[in-house]
Design a protein around this ligand. Structure first.
Ligand code: AMP
Length: 216
């Protein structure tokens, strides 16, 4: 089963993916997380991706698509794609890839959020190298600048700085948002208000996902 999570940067895709994976046993495939891990490991893909990721641009389609194809290796797998596809060419490449395996996109979950709210969330986000995510406005750590879980110093993602965040939101509006209409036309899109609290969004998503899994 292939489920896609679409939403602006900052719409809560990472948080909601973790909850969905925990609850429904999806294999999480976040292209942004994979690129960040490859960059930290200074691998070939990491080197190729760094200049794009750090400036808020999309990594070339061929690099991303090949990487995702390599990860979708279990034909019976229950995958949650987060951050892919990011434009029409990637959506078409994904359809082609799945068609070869006699599969298709089953469900697209769209987290709708205004660009203003997305901008506010991105620039106030702080992360810990251990993977915990905080927000100085909505989820501040107990001790300023320190992770609640491991005590390490929190940092701002380089691409969450104001200029790069703005660029990423423009790329989202221009290239990724058109996928909402694309998947609506395919009859697989379900929309949730991404401006609600994480708990409310999580229950709305669970209500959509549970019946789909039950039907399989
Ligand atoms: P994210 O964590 O999803 O916001 O992704 C961070 C960055 O990784 C993006 O700004 C892009 O530079 C790159 N990236 C992630 N997913 C893709 C994708 N599907 N296509 C191209 N670039 C991507």
């Amino acid at each position: 089963m292939i489920t896609i999570l679409i939403g602006a940067p900052g719409s809560g895709k990472g948080t909601q993916s973790s909850l969905l994976c925990e609850r429904f046993g999806f294999t999480h495939l976040s292209t942004g997380d994979i690129f960040r891990a490859e960059m930290a490991a200074k691998s070939d893909i990491g080197h190729k991706a760094a200049e794009y990721v750090n400036s808020g641009k999309l990594v070339p389609d061929a690099v991303v698509t090949e990487m995702v194809a390599g990860k979708l290796d279990d034909p019976q797998g229950r995958y949650l794609l987060d951050g892919f596809p990011r434009n029409l060419a990637q959506a078409q490449a994904l359809s082609g890839l799945l068609a070869q395996r006699k599969a298709a996109v089953d469900l697209v979950l769209f987290l709708d959020l205004t660009p203003e709210e997305a901008m506010k969330r991105l620039t106030s986000r702080r992360i810990c190298p251990c993977g915990e995510v905080f927000n100085v406005l909505s989820r501040p750590p107990q001790t300023e600048g320190k992770c609640d879980k491991c005590g390490k110093d929190l940092v701002q993602r380089e691409d969450d700085s104001e200029g790069t965040a703005r660029k990423r939101l423009m790329v989202y509006e221009d290239l990724t948002r058109p996928l909402v209409a694309y998947y609506k036309a395919e009859g697989v899109l379900q929309e949730v208000d991404g401006g609600s609290s994480p708990e409310t969004v999580a229950s709305a998503l669970a209500e959509i996902v549970a019946p789909q899994l039950g039907a399989r």
